[in-house]
Design a protein around this ligand. Structure first.
Ligand SMILES: C[S@@+](CC[C@H](N)C(=O)[O-])C[C@H]1O[C@@H](n2cnc3c(N)ncnc32)[C@H](O)[C@@H]1O
Length: 378
């Protein structure tokens, strides 16, 4: 297949702008092939070398980035802001917002990003609000109880996965720039996609520090084969998911842990009590009905869990926590409940309003006894 002059070059520029940072030749070839179809790897490589140093720069062996003047510029927008107690709520796109923040101005990130990349687009939220499905699976009501809609992650194809990876590399690049050294970054995920989040965000230079398992019975998996459930009644097609992985990353330290603790107030997790280490298995439960009533966002996380995570990510209880995908406001409500400073960004006007009205009420709730099931120190 032959392409008009400039098509392959423009595809490379668009991918590198999208991730806001450098990528290996291998990743660039994969992205261009997903965008344009069958393109020989050798053509992509020759476009890269032909246009270096005019458009691209070689950042290290086999890795290319865009020259500063070839980047698609960020807009300089004003973000409407509201304050509730110690929380600041910004209305707008978080990538544009992050691009405008000062380097090293955030001390931890706790967030639950969109995964299908399309489920929170205007088209899909309109379908969800009309009860019409789309990528949202609206489970049938059961025993008179309406069950919460779930996005269908299994509908992601290869091209979606490449886009998802690029999304998290771009996200990681922004986060790395605005976070102070040693900052904890904790990202909600699911067992089918957490490996992509971890891999993409480490490509941005963040360090993978493990996973926190939120132990919770979800409605995913466990079912018998579709249309053959009687014939194979002893089979579950995939495991019934009983936990939710939260990917734990860290902005690279500056010196030793103790130096970061002194200078930035980062570099570790705050213990639940002096004799209990912060653990990576947290017993949880689906978001309680009273919280969903206060904040009817389709992905609202429960306060009992959020308060444990939020409390833990600032080892000395000092600094600013960011949730760039604020949704119904559960992270900021948890931060207010604990007495931490926080910032949240949401681009959907309805959810932004929802977070604004819900945060004080979620903050005021007493949660079920917040015990994390970690062992005491010896
Ligand atoms: C999975 S939900 C977060 C729910 C949140 N954890 C809660 O408990 O309510 C993701 C949210 O990110 C928002 N969002 C998606 N892309 C965004 C972007 N680029 N900038 C800001 N918000 C975005 C969506 O509108 C959605 O409300």
């Amino acid at each position: 297949m032959s392409f008009a002059p400039g098509v392959i070059r423009d595809s490379i520029v668009s991918y590198l702008s999208n991730i806001d940072g450098p990528a290996t030749t291998y990743e660039i070839v994969a992205a261009v092939q997903h965008h344009l179809g069958e393109v020989p790897a050798s053509s992509v490589r020759s476009y890269l070398s032909l246009n270096t140093p005019r458009i691209f720069e070689r950042t290290e062996r086999g890795t290319y980035g865009l020259k500063e003047n070839s980047r698609i510029p960020h807009t300089n927008s004003e973000f409407p802001i509201r304050r509730i107690d110690r929380a600041e709520l910004f209305f707008g796109d978080c990538f544009e917002w992050m691009a405008q923040q000062k380097p090293q101005s955030i001390h931890a990130v706790v967030t639950d990003p969109p995964y299908g990349l399309v489920e929170y687009t205007e088209k899909e939220t309109t379908k969800l609000r009309a009860g019409k499905g789309g990528v949202w699976r609206i489970p049938p009501s059961f025993d008179g109880h309406k069950r919460a809609p779930l996005p269908r992650f299994t509908t992601l194809n290869d091209a979606d996965l490449v886009a998802l990876r690029a999304f998290f590399v771009r996200f990681g690049n922004h986060v790395k720039r605005i976070c102070v050294p040693g900052a904890n970054i904790v990202v909600a995920s699911n067992p089918l996609l957490s490996h992509i989040v971890a891999d993409a965000m480490t490509q941005s230079g963040l360090e993978l520090r493990g996973y926190i398992a939120r132990q919770v019975m979800t409605m995913r998996g466990g079912d018998r084969p579709k249309n053959a459930h009687l014939e194979f009644d002893e089979v579950s097609v995939m495991p019934r998911s009983q936990w939710e992985p939260w990917v734990v990353l860290r902005a690279p330290l500056e010196g030793r842990v103790q130096d970061n603790l002194r200078k930035w107030g980062t570099g570790g997790f705050r213990r639940p009590s002096i004799s209990k280490p912060f653990g990576d298995l947290i017993k949880s439960h689906p978001t309680p009905a009273n919280e969903k009533k206060i904040s009817p966002h389709p992905s609202l996380k429960p306060q009992g869990f959020m308060r444990q995570i939020v409390r833990g990510v600032l080892p000395l209880g000092e600094g600013i926590i960011l949730d760039p995908f604020m949704g119904g406001g559960s992270t900021l409500a948890a931060a207010n409940a604990i007495g931490y400073n926080s910032k949240g960004v949401e681009r959907d006007a309805e959810y932004y309003e929802l977070a604004h009205s819900a945060i004080p009420k979620l903050t005021a709730l007493a949660t079920r006894s917040e015990e994390s099931n970690t062992e005491e120190d010896d």
